[in-house]
Design a protein around this ligand. Structure first.
Ligand SMILES: [Zn+2]
Length: 270
């Protein structure tokens, strides 16, 4: 699933290309991916100018004039692309929007992704956005430690809980915990505050490096131009089960933690 760095990469590319353009047509080809929010529908975007594109957690928010917004969540296999890709994927095209100079296409093989159109009231009451925890970049190390010191679940489960902190998923939780030397199954509340502060530093460092490398293409992720990210080559534990730890030569382990595959070094992480 695309996480913060992948969504941020898409947002930055689209922001630089699309901001200021007006919508010619927006239409759903498959209503099952339309997020239920009632009116307004896609046709209300016609003629509206795009003012900004923001990211919140793993959500992409297009902001149009007249207080209209379009919220996109890619979920597992959603792709937002500037170009139509291979013809065989036509059946996976579920939404398209044409701007003055560019077109955007939303593809999703598994159809868990969502596109929603909202007015200002609808956006203010958005069921997913209103529940999101703070962005990792907006937290001070002390605020981050306070958020986690009260949680009794395993630290990995707390990190990927979007209501505690927004944007981190399976890949970047595993990588950040490795960078901080913390075992993913340790209860969050039992980790010393100075170790949580170290974890915050690791998260920031890992996320920034992943954004600089345009995200990780381990499963389906492609950027808006249909290109793969580069951070998958730099992963230290995620997907490296049975391989040697790059720091200590121990064998990287994979466990299932609360239903999610979790990778760590049994020697470097305590
Ligand atoms: Zn190690």
């Amino acid at each position: 699933m695309p996480e913060l760095p992948e969504v941020e990469t898409i947002v930055r590319d689209m922001r630089s290309v699309l901001t200021g353009q007006s919508v010619l047509i927006a239409k759903f080809l498959n209503m099952s991916i339309k997020e239920s929010g009632g009116p307004p529908d896609a046709s209300s975007l016609r003629g509206k100018r795009l003012i900004a594109i923001d990211r919140r957690g793993k959500n992409i928010i297009f902001r149009f004039e007249k207080d209209l917004s379009m919220v996109i969540h890619l979920k597992m296999t959603g792709r937002l692309l500037f170009e139509k890709i291979q013809a065989e994927q036509e059946k996976h095209l579920h939404f398209q929007i044409e701007f003055s100079n560019n077109k955007l296409f939303f593809y999703d093989v598994r159809k868990f992704g969502r596109v929603g159109i909202y007015d200002s009231d609808g956006l203010a009451r958005h069921p997913r956005l209103t529940k999101l925890g703070p962005e990792p970049f907006d937290l001070t190390p002390a605020q981050f430690a306070r958020l986690l010191i009260t949680r009794h679940k395993p630290i990995k489960a707390a990190l990927i809980d979007q209501e505690i902190i927004a944007g981190i998923g399976n890949i970047y939780a595993d990588e950040s915990l490795f960078a901080a030397g913390i075992r993913p199954d340790r209860p969050s509340a039992k980790i010393k505050p100075d170790h949580l502060i170290r974890l915050h530093k690791s998260i920031i460092k890992v996320l920034k490096k992943a954004i600089d490398n345009r995200g990780s293409s381990v499963d389906d992720y492609l950027d808006g131009f249909g290109k793969s990210g580069k951070f998958q080559r730099l992963l230290k534990v995620y997907g490296r089960t049975g391989q040697k730890c790059l720091k200590c030569d121990a064998t990287i382990k994979r466990i299932t933690l609360r239903g999610r595959s979790t990778h760590y070094c049994p020697r470097c992480q305590k």
